[in-house]
Design a protein around this ligand. Structure first.
Ligand SMILES: Cc1ncc(COP(=O)(O)O)c(C=O)c1O
Length: 422
């Protein structure tokens, strides 16, 4: 049976028992048939699909690790913890140790609370913000992803207006728009949410101005509201601290997930003393939120963050890939926009259609040569990427540019565009 037939067989099985066969942004129905469907193994920078094909991965679990899949030191810490206690009747000592490690690492943080996913963290931050002064309105930049909870998910199917009743929208990086949003609900602002940079799917990424970050801080203070910085995607990828702290803008709450557990399921809300009482007074929990194994993995991840040059290493390799692809694109006559930090690159072809047809066709060729690049979601580098990976990836992208010139780009509709609120 050829590869495509095998893939289809897996998908047919999946569709019988899983609605749609798979779901969320991880669903390959948004990609092309050249992308693998189900994976069998992940190690370091590499992924293997169920048919045994290997890929150099630049999506990296959508950012769930900084040190590659199955990093030995992190795995050892997790395995040691598992010998003693994981999910039990109450929290374990590692919860205290992890909270201590995070509050040492992140300058604004005086305390930590744990959960499983980024969406849990951003929703918990909302409850804390409302508990802080009993106000209701949460200000969110239009189109910004803070998770798949009904108050923010970018789809509207199954979601009611009431789910977002107290969410007020403004334009990202637009101080006037933020100011107007604040004025429209003056006196009832619980929180201003911010992502450190604009990193939405299908759009070029960009950092806001430093003035905008300071305006978020000032307006939150004027309203006695909390400034919440959502580091779920960016956390520890751009800085060893909160990303805006490098600009002197310290949030009251920050949300973390993805990379902090080194591949294990854990997320966190970190807060300053100002928000401690509010955080103490709310009720939040989940059966697996206090599991010890992911906490031990997170403690080891933080040690690697402190003691290795992972940030510098990933930036060097990411810059190298960016430069190589830029040179190839230019030589082949394509305008490929590579935006955002090189360690979290977004790659979109200038003038591509709404369906990202050119980008999908290019990524499709790349994946056939064994490198997994995403055509419309930002990607992620890890410390396990090597110079050899970059060289092999550049061979794949070179071949893909060549193939793209030959190919007429006709692809199926990109379903995401039907329902996403843009
Ligand atoms: C900025 C941001 N916030 C929150 C989330 C939600 O995280 P999770 O998918 O772990 O619930 C994401 C996920 O991509 C994110 O990028």
């Amino acid at each position: 049976m050829d590869r495509l037939a095998k893939k289809n067989e897996w998908f047919a099985r999946a569709e019988k028992v899983i609605p749609g066969g798979m779901y969320g942004h991880q669903s390959v129905k948004y990609l092309t048939e050249d992308f693998p469907l189900y994976f069998a193994k992940a190690k370091g920078t590499y992924l293997w699909d169920v048919d045994g094909s290997q890929y150099i991965d630049y999506v990296c679990g959508y950012g769930t690790n900084l040190f590659g899949y199955g990093n030995e030191q992190i795995e050892r810490a997790a395995a040691l913890q598992l010998q003693n206690i994981d999910t039990a009747t109450g929290p374990s000592a590692v919860m205290v140790e992890l909270a201590e490690a995070l509050t040492r690492q992140v300058s604004h943080a005086d305390w930590a609370m744990f959960c499983k996913n980024g969406s849990d963290a951003t929703s918990m931050a909302m409850v804390i913000s409302r508990a802080y002064r009993g106000k209701r309105k949460v200000l969110v930049a239009r189109g910004t992803y803070h998770g798949a909870s009904p108050w923010n998910v970018p789809y509207t199917t199954g979601i009611t207006k009431e789910d977002r009743a107290h969410v007020v929208y403004f334009e990202y990086n637009d101080i006037e728009s933020l100011d107007a949003a604040v004025k429209s609900v003056d006196g009832d602002v619980a929180a201003i949410y911010a992502t450190p940079l604009r990193h939405e799917v299908l759009f070029d990424q960009f950092f806001p101005s430093v003035e905008y970050a300071h305006a978020c801080r000032r307006l939150a203070d004027e309203q006695e509201a909390l400034l919440v910085v959502d580091e779920v995607r960016t956390g520890l990828r751009l800085s060893r601290d909160c990303s805006w702290s490098d600009w002197g803008v310290h949030p009251d709450l920050s949300c973390w997930g993805k990379a902090i557990g080194g591949g294990y399921a854990i997320a966190a809300v970190l807060g300053s003393d100002k928000a401690r009482e509010a955080a103490t007074n709310i009720f939040v929990t989940g059966s697996y939120w206090l599991s010890a194994v992911p906490m031990a993995a997170a403690i080891e991840t933080l040690r690697l963050v402190r003691e290795t040059d992972y940030l510098e290493h990933t930036k060097r390799l990411a810059d190298k890939l960016r430069a190589g692809i830029a040179e190839q694109a230019e030589r082949h006559g394509f305008e490929l926009k590579q935006t955002g930090p090189s360690v979290m690159p977004q790659m979109l072809f200038a003038g591509d259609d709404e369906l990202v047809s050119r980008g999908r066709a290019w990524a499709s060729e790349v994946v056939k040569s064994g490198a997994y690049l995403h055509p419309w979601h930002n990607m992620f580098f890890t410390a396990s990427h090597t110079d050899e990976d970059i060289a092999r990836t550049l061979e794949a992208t070179e071949a893909a540019f060549g193939a793209l010139k030959q190919k007429s780009v006709a692809l199926n509709r990109l379903d995401i565009l039907d329902t996403v609120q843009r």
